[in-house]
Write a protein that binds this ligand. Sequence first.
Ligand code: GDP
Ligand code: MG
Length: 670
Amino acid sequence: MNKLEIGLIGNPNTGKTSLFNSLTGTYNYVGNWSGVTVEKKVGTLKEINGDLIDLPGVYSLNPLTKDEQVATNYFLNENFDSVINIIDASQLERNLHLTLQIAEYGKPFMIGLNMIDVALRSGMKIDVEKLSSKLGVPIIPLVARTGKGITDLLSILKNNEVKNPNTQLVTFDDEIEQIITDIMVILPKNLPGNARWYAIQILEENEPVLNYLNELVPISSFEKHINQAITFVKEHSSAKSFKQYAHQSRRKAILHLIDDCVIKENTRNISLSSKIDKIVTHKVLGIPIFLFLMFIMFKFTFDWIGTPLSDTLDSFISGPVTDFATRLLQDIGASDFIKAVILNGIIAGVGGVLVFVPQIFILFFFISLLEDSGYMARVATVMDVLMEKVGLNGKAFIPMIIGLGCNVPGIMAARTIEQPRERLLTIILTPLMSCSARLSVYSLFVAAFFKENQAIVVFSLYLLGIITALLLAVIFSKTIFKKEQSYFIMELPPYRKPQWISLFRSTWDKGKGFVKKAGTFIFGGSVAIWFLSYTGPGGFNVPLDHSYLAKIGGFIAPIFEPIGFGTWQAGASLITGFLAKEVVVSTMNIIYHAPNMASLTHVIGGAFTPLSAYSFLVFILLYIPCLATVAVIKKESGSTKWTIFSMIYSFVIAYILSALIYGIGTLLGY
Ligand code: GDP
Ligand code: MG
């Protein structure tokens, strides 16, 4: 039997990825907001010998954004066998727009009616059988996140019970139907999918569809029909475009369907969500509430749980692990060189970064909690007002929040932004978000200089990153980026009780990059840095001050003299930090040659002053995106010019801000 290919399609945030994960037994990023899945993902369906494709969420097959095109192009170019359309049962009216378009396309499909639990709780009863017979395809009620209904869904696939839908659920005015028929006559034969669907999409001026057809027939042959349709629509309906007219017609059909198949009972339950929303999306209170929650998050990360855990891990690595490695190396008779590489290079460099894992994971746990509960979507709404003032839109806030974990996926998430300019601006500004790698540098320095105020100091750095991004957005959108009309569509998902498994998974998902990097980049970087510190113009095992590392660091050090940290050690860490920002910590561990965190913070305490330390942290926050981020900026913007721009502007801003802080601080006598 041939391998089946099944596509998974639906509106954003309806549970596609949750279903994909439980059907294929893999894990992908599940997030309670739209725009999380931006590329299609493939998983294996063992039970039926097939592949399942998780497509990005779309509201329509006529795409607005780049990631929405993935779904439309999938319909045009892939030879799939059937489709599972995931619908949020509690949002039927909005979800069915897409369903009707899939039905018009005409290939066999089935519906997964997800979030039945939410629908029931809000007092909705759906007559599944009736809806199924009207649409002509099987419908399986689901609760994707607990796995309820999945066996039923699988058995439909297994027994090949997906059906060809009723393709004429929406009928248009007679004149339009005539135009549709006229187009169908001149369409090429043997298109994948129904000719009627193509005709409607042509009238809607669906770009991927027009591009696709253009290879087969000149698009100009449809111009006449498109104009006829627009003229009719403008004269006979309230719509301003055919697209809008089609939307209105589908809406009418949907309201009929809902009237027939849904019984809505009165409840008081829904109001709790809207009561909470009244407070957290309040015009004045919204942002302070968000800041307060962030602050509490940092309290947990530093003062309450994270730091004690990191300290414990540190004494474990600097104690038993180091002792064990030393004894082992002794026993196998390793040479002094090998001993030095392992103990002073690898263990110091990699271990020095790994001790921050607890703090990083705790921070991510709280971010995941806020995401999964549905709160982050509210934050985006709250921020929209502010974002619009600075020339972005609320959607830009999501890449930025994701960027707090790691800038790389943050920048990729900017694909959900419709306007190319706003997308580019978001890509360029997201690296200012303080990622987990920088957190390790902060942790080291706040332990050395700001013992009493760790949370507030780190919080100030995160805020500084966000504020700088917003201010630069204003400046850039007034100068190099001219403003375009933007609009913000983000529906508020209902609040959900976060689930442990999914919380741990998304925490791991965000943090795993950090752990992985420790084994690759940081490992390699540590060995290289150690080697540069071990060798010099004078040969091997030179005093540190005569090493190549000292020479290189010393060469650029004068640049940083005016902003408070003109030592070769700081210079060397900043250069190596371009590899990955954690490498700053590795470098310091290697350079200062400290047996554990306590003694490292002690040495650093002597090398900086609190003021120069803060200036250094601000510089670390802003100075240049790391190597991986630069690569993804290049890939996503497709422009060398903007990539170089983003490296240069961030360096300049970092220098200016550090200079201001150091200068003003010195004047004030710190
Ligand atoms: P996608 O954007 O369509 O891929 O949706 P996700 O799979 O990322 O899920 C969005 C959110 O809905 C997550 O917070 C899920 O935990 C939650 N979710 C998924 N399925 C269900 C369900 O059946 N019931 C409830 N209450 N929540 C669900
Ligand atoms: Mg998804």
